[in-house]
Design a protein around this ligand. Structure first.
Ligand SMILES: [Zn+2]
Length: 399
């Protein structure tokens, strides 16, 4: 797909290349991107809109949280970047909620309005910032969009958001799809890796009980998880733009599960993607800047809020308040009801001691037709039952 005029350069966000080609794939009905803050995914979706009039005409709906935001998108990002030929063809209406062209209408709307979903048929529906869309009458814009397209043979719904809590709408759609990650070649061993925060390394910047954060910003490097080779920030652009880089579906054994711990198989026709700021070429989220922010949130002045902010905004993963990974041993001990203190690993890698207000573990296996997916419930503090995802324990049938 050709990029539009002027400013759009896909080499700045190469993980949106496959995303922008989804309209060309008849097998795909839904694309979903769970993303961090600076990743150009929305711009990639807008680029599809710009490309449509001349290449894939058909009505399109762009829905974002509020009417105000929708108008801003039209004003600042669409009208200024649409090709002049298209806009001058027959600009019947370039009001800020609709761009009417000869070949198609583009409707821009706040998520609280049901009207656009009842109006006309759409080949493309973009649901931006879907995590914060208004819910009406027990339904979501995602459900509306999908039912709106049941009769459109090559219709496509694109959902985009930073996640919030685990199990939120973007997490749910991500889980239901292919769960693709952007794997890029390590310049040292040439094998494909997923960039992850725990492999950002900095040395010698902690002396006399103090961090030298200026040095953290400039000296942090990425250590390949496969060969342990050192990768510099300046190598990132060529890594993400390498011909070897690709979107790879998460294998079944590693697929993200629903908050209840249940395995969800990929639904045919749903391509879902994840991207984090570790891939971003924006200088404000360089590896050094991210390492500094991570140290501040997790080590120097750790708070739940700061950790949550980093996870959502920079790692692009949902926050998991109450999900612990419990070991087989702690589960066995809990089941026996003998344990006073239980050490559990939190999602962020730290450990917490849970005190003995715990009754013996209530083990309720919820097989859901799949004996590999037991779900354990544990009374926490309030005495209410909360599900815990227990992956470490799956092979212990006696648990
Ligand atoms: Zn390597």
């Amino acid at each position: 797909m050709s990029a539009t005029p002027k400013q759009y350069d896909v080499s700045n966000t190469p993980w949106t290349k496959e995303w922008q080609e989804l309209p060309l794939r008849s097998d795909v009905r839904v694309g979903a991107y769970m993303k961090s803050s600076r990743t150009g995914v929305t711009e990639g979706a807008l680029n599809i809109l710009r490309w449509m009039p001349e290449n894939w005409p058909g009505n399109a709906l762009y829905s974002i949280t509020s009417d105000k935001k929708a108008r801003e998108i039209v004003d600042r990002r669409m009208l200024t970047t649409m090709s002049a030929g298209v806009l001058s063809a027959d600009p019947k209406d370039t009001g800020l909620s609709r761009i009417s062209l000869d070949s198609m209408d583009m409707v821009f709307s706040g998520s609280g309005s049901a009207d656009p979903f009842q109006e006309i048929w759409y080949r493309l529906i973009i649901l931006d910032e879907i995590e914060n869309h208004v819910k009406n009458q027990e339904t979501t814009t995602y459900k509306r969009a999908r039912s709106r397209q049941t009769d459109v043979p090559d219709g496509l719904v694109l959902a985009i958001a930073k996640p919030e809590l685990a199990g939120g709408i973007i997490d749910e759609i991500f889980i239901s799809g292919t769960q693709k990650k952007f794997l890029i070649p390590c310049p040292r061993c040439e094998r494909l890796i997923e960039l992850r925060t725990d492999h950002l390394v900095v040395e010698g910047c902690y002396e006399g009980g103090e961090w030298d954060l200026a040095r953290v910003v400039t000296e942090t490097y990425y250590q390949c998880q496969l060969c342990h080779g050192r990768i510099e920030e300046k190598e990132k652009r060529s890594m993400v733009n390498s011909d070897l880089a690709r979107q790879v579906p998460t294998p079944p054994s590693e697929r993200r599960r629903s908050p209840s711990g249940k395995y969800v198989p990929p639904e045919p026709g749903v391509e879902s993607y994840h991207i984090s700021d570790l891939y971003s070429l924006h200088e404000r989220v360089s590896w050094g800047e991210l390492k500094q922010m991570h140290l501040l949130a997790h080590v120097i002045n750790p708070t739940q809020e700061a950790k949550k902010y980093f996870r959502i905004n920079h790692e692009g993963w949902p926050w998991e308040d109450e999900v612990y990974s419990v070991t087989a041993e702690s589960v066995k001990a809990l089941k026996a009801g003998r344990v006073e203190d239980v050490k559990v690993s939190n999602a962020d890698g730290t450990e917490t001691i849970i005190k003995t207000t715990l009754a013996p573990l209530c083990l309720l296996t919820d097989h859901n037709g799949d004996p590999r997916n037991p779900v354990f419930y544990m009374p926490i503090r309030t005495g209410s039952l909360r599900p815990i995802a227990v992956q470490a324990c799956l092979d212990h049938h006696d648990c």
